[in-house]
Design a protein around this ligand. Structure first.
Ligand code: NDP
Length: 494
């Protein structure tokens, strides 16, 4: 669409009705460049404020978000179609992360003395984490507040300015988040949103003024973003998709496990990067678990308990995966007829061959494949046999075994006897391995992700007869050094 001024715009739609809920400019490479340049100047002012003043402003931002929960929830609901209760949960979780990032940035990143070691006895060594300048955040639509704010809050707390490109499906949420920041912190222009389609994101990733890109989205797009970043050696944190598994062990609380599997699979219509897509249940408890699962699943309704599929093109993927699953396995609930655009009713299929696309590729819909396995070792082997490695879940009656399984599960996060509980703990890092990406948001690692370590070594006094970094150095100094290193490191010691 072109406005009277000749500016290109695009519409944001309510996915449930198709109604236009907003119109936003398509910002081109020049507009992105200008935003990054302005953010670069703001970054200097923001970094210059120091820890205490930044913390105060970020806590003000948190308060403004908290006071505007209703407005944010309404915008998320309008643009994604998700129930307002789910959107509320998303915003509340975001608030706890913003609070943690603001309160912990100084402790995690501030200057500290580190031991110089025996060989550096005359050195005072300090380490601190400096901001990168401008962080470009490229976000998805499925959790349009929680997911990008996992980067934005931590990047701001680390002393960076942020230019945010929200998904073209949720631009209104992105604009609102930046507007609320300006309300709390009017003087700096530290956090700005640019709207547009994929090209706007590509321009941000390729802008030489950006110190780091925080990308959240599909693995395929992450590869394109990485290629754009390569032109300027811009570092990247990539939070991509997943095919997360839930393991049900002997002695597990079966009603709780079924409840968690169902919510993990169906909430947000399955459009959750850390949603449950596969379940592996040990033989001894399989029938009990399936009874609990299907009884509960029959009561869940698309359009009531969860919303529509936000991105119309995803309906084709979901339909294809359901067809593939029922062709190879046994439909327990629903089937291809469950797709009634824009909604998809719950689908559960058991005993689908492991090599099927519905078991291997991210479905991003309200579907679940369930497999009977002999024991937890087989469950773990199958759960880990994925190119993705984002998160996972273990339900077990044996706490020790559950922890051991969790540690061996491929992926960045595992929840035990609960579902995605790690996401609600701000001090825990969040991110994946393999096709699920690299780098971490949240927690101390998430703060460090948006900063660079700065090492300073100050010589407090000269060591007599030990000036090793000089052309005046003689054999005697070298002999002394070898004697010292032999004394310190030459013996077999534990
Ligand atoms: P996409 O990969 O389609 O898009 C992600 C973002 O990248 C959007 O803002 C998109 O803009 C932008 N983009 C598209 N093309 C380019 C390009 N060439 N250069 C730069 N940016 C570009 O993902 P979705 O929005 O569909 O999100 C769903 C995916 O995100 C799923 O795979 C899901 O698993 C994953 N995800 C991962 C999370 C995690 O933390 N690991 C959390 C949430 C989701 P536009 O929308 O305008 O095309």
């Amino acid at each position: 669409m072109t406005t009277a001024t000749g500016r290109l715009t695009f519409d944001s739609l309510d996915p449930a009705t198709g109604a236009v809920v907003g119109t936003h400019p398509i910002q081109d490479a020049a507009a992105v460049r200008a935003a990054v340049a302005e953010a670069g100047a703001a970054a200097v002012r923001w970094a210059g404020l120091g820890w205490v003043e930044r913390r105060r402003r970020l806590l003000d931002y948190k308060a403004v978000i908290t006071r505007n929960i209703a407005g944010i929830v309404a915008t998320v609901h309008d643009e994604t179609g998700k129930p307002e209760a789910d959107a509320t949960l998303e915003v509340v979780l975001t608030i706890t992360h913003l609070d943690w990032a603001a309160r912990n940035a100084h402790r995690v990143l501030g200057p500290r003395r580190v031991s110089p070691g025996m060989m550096g006895a005359n050195i005072s060594a300090t380490l601190e984490y400096r901001p990168l300048g401008v962080v470009g955040v490229i976000g998805p639509w499925n959790y349009p507040v929680f997911t990008p704010m996992g980067s934005i809050a931590y990047a701001l707390a680390a002393g960076n300015a942020v230019v945010f490109k929200p998904s073209e499906l949720t631009p209104g949420v992105g604009v609102l988040l930046a507007e609320l920041f300006s309300e709390a912190v009017p003087e700096h222009g530290v956090f700005r949103t640019v709207t547009g389609l994929g090209e706007t994101g590509a321009a941000l990733a390729g802008d030489p003024g950006v110190g780091k890109i925080a990308f959240t989205g599909s693995t395929a797009t992450a590869k394109r973003v990485m290629a754009a970043c390569a032109a300027n050696l811009t570092p990247l944190v990539a939070e991509c998709g997943g095919k997360d598994a839930l393991i049900v062990d002997e002695g597990a609380d079966l009603p709780a496990a079924a409840d968690a599997a169902l919510w993990g699979a169906l909430s947000n219509a399955g459009q959750t990067c850390v949603g449950v897509e596969r379940v592996y249940v040990v033989d001894a408890v399989y029938d009990g678990f399936m009874g609990e699962l299907t009884r509960r699943a029959r009561k869940v309704r698309a359009g009531e308990d969860y919303g529509p599929i936000t991105m119309p093109a995803q309906l084709d993927v979901i339909r294809r995966h359901i067809q593939d699953a029922v062709a190879g396995g046994r439909a327990v609930l629903g089937g291809p007829e469950s797709v009634r655009a824009p909604f998809v009713d719950p689908v559960i299929v058991e005993d689908v061959p492991e090599e099927s696309v519905s078991v291997r590729e991210e479905t991003f819909g309200p579907t679940l494949t369930v497999k009977r396995v002999a024991d937890v070792e087989e469950a773990l082997e199958k759960a880990n046999a994925s190119a993705y490695g984002l998160a996972g879940t273990v339900f077990s009656g044996n706490a020790r075994r559950a922890v051991e399984l969790a540690r061996r599960m491929r992926g960045g996060m595992t929840a035990i006897n609960s579902i995605i509980s790690f996401a609600a703990v701000p001090s825990l890092p969040f991110g994946g391995v393999g096709d699920s990406g690299f780098g971490r948001i949240h927690g101390a690692d998430g703060l460090r992700e948006f900063s660079r370590p700065k090492a300073v070594s100050r010589q407090r006094f000269a060591l007599p007869g030990m000036n090793l970094t000089s052309f005046t150095r003689g054999q005697k100094e070298l002999d002394r050094l070898v004697r010292l290193v032999t004394f310190l490191h030459g013996r077999r010691k534990r």
